[in-house]
Design a protein around this ligand. Structure first.
Ligand code: GLA
Length: 335
């Protein structure tokens, strides 16, 4: 009996001394909990990001909480939920960059560290919120790689550029999407492609179905072209355009689409027995965006070392012929 009282007192003393000793920066690894919120959990890119975040969680020994947050309401409740679970921080690809000030305020109120991935938060005047650490792709340059890849293929096929229409699947409200498609357009024009042949096809949402609808309108309105090319913010956008073109009889011989991403949406296309109009993709790194961001957040929580304010990752163009080699060079496993 006496021994039990003694032990209870000891336990209370230990708790009190920890509380009085100030918040220790380093926490036991098993107490670290990190949220990873993504806007489109059904998209293979985001599934890959989560997969790599899990690898970091296993390696460092923290708990990863994956949450799909396709709307502003979902984001806000997910952040509260993380705080209730005693998480210390989270990484987010937001469904809308304009939620920026709201997300920053919510994270602060809930005392959670915040880092963004893929889509950078903007403030009320549309400027990036530079105080929040961010990892994104170097969007304009990657777009240029897309445009250069398309131009090279047009030349290789000996097409007369005046007979080629370009479907530019746009999503202007997202800065990284704007920068990617602008880069592609600039590269095409620099290669001699007539600007007038570039048709903007605005998509209402960043998925294949909405890109398909947008591309269909562009195709219907422009029956004069013999061949087509297409680009957009990601593989899904270009797949939508490729499917729309197929519906009108423009197959691999008369369509060159180059996407951005390199996850399963693109890989499945390359695995089909016959080539399709989905000619290539600029592979970007879900490993860096998932594993590295999570590790940076972990270090921030456990050592108080804040991640770099801005990290921009690069990509490599891959086609059906060299996709395995390119994946390998980028440190991505064979699939
Ligand atoms: C955006 C796009 C995704 C993916 C990432 C990469 O979030 O919507 O499809 O391309 O950027 O950073």
């Amino acid at each position: 009996m006496q021994r039990r009282i003694f032990l209870t007192l000891m336990a209370a003393a230990v708790t009190a001394s920890a509380a009085l000793g100030g918040a220790p920066i380093a926490q036991a690894a098993d107490q670290v909990k990190i949220g990873f919120l993504v806007k489109q959990p059904e998209e293979p890119w985001f599934q890959d990001e989560w997969k790599f975040a899990e690898i970091a969680a296993k390696e460092k020994g923290f708990t990863l909480v994956k949450i799909g947050a396709p709307s502003g309401e979902k984001v806000m409740s997910a952040i509260d939920n993380l705080a209730a679970q005693k998480a210390q921080g989270f990484i987010i690809c937001t469904p809308d960059v304009k939620l920026g000030p709201g997300i920053v305020a919510k994270a602060k109120a809930d005392n959670l560290k915040l880092m963004t991935v893929d889509d950078r938060l903007v403030d009320g005047s549309g400027k990036p919120i530079e105080a929040v650490p961010h990892m994104g792709i170097s969007a304009y340059n990657i777009g240029k790689q897309v445009g250069e890849g398309i131009a090279a293929e047009i030349k290789k096929r000996g097409w007369d550029m005046k007979d080629v229409g370009a479907i530019d699947v746009t999503y202007e409200q997202l800065p990284t999407a704007h920068d990617r498609t602008t880069g592609a357009t600039d590269a095409l024009v620099a290669a001699g492609f007539p600007k007038a042949n570039i048709i903007a096809a605005p998509q209402a949402k960043t998925d294949t179905e909405n890109a398909f609808n947008a591309a269909n309108i562009a195709l219907t309105k422009n029956p004069q072209y013999k061949h087509w090319v297409a680009y957009g913010l990601n593989d899904e956008a270009v797949l939508g355009a490729v499917r729309a073109a197929e519906g009108r009889g423009f197959k691999a011989d008369n369509m060159v689409g180059i996407g951005i991403g390199g996850a399963d949406s693109a890989l499945n296309e390359f695995k089909k027995p016959e080539p399709t109009g989905f000619f290539g993709t600029v592979i970007i790194s879900p490993k860096r965006h998932g594993e590295e961001t999570s590790t940076l957040m972990y270090t921030w929580i456990t050592q108080g070392k804040e991640p770099p304010k801005l990290t921009l990752t690069s990509g490599m163009l891959a086609t059906r012929d060299n996709v395995s080699q390119v994946r390998e060079q980028m440190g991505l496993a064979a699939k």
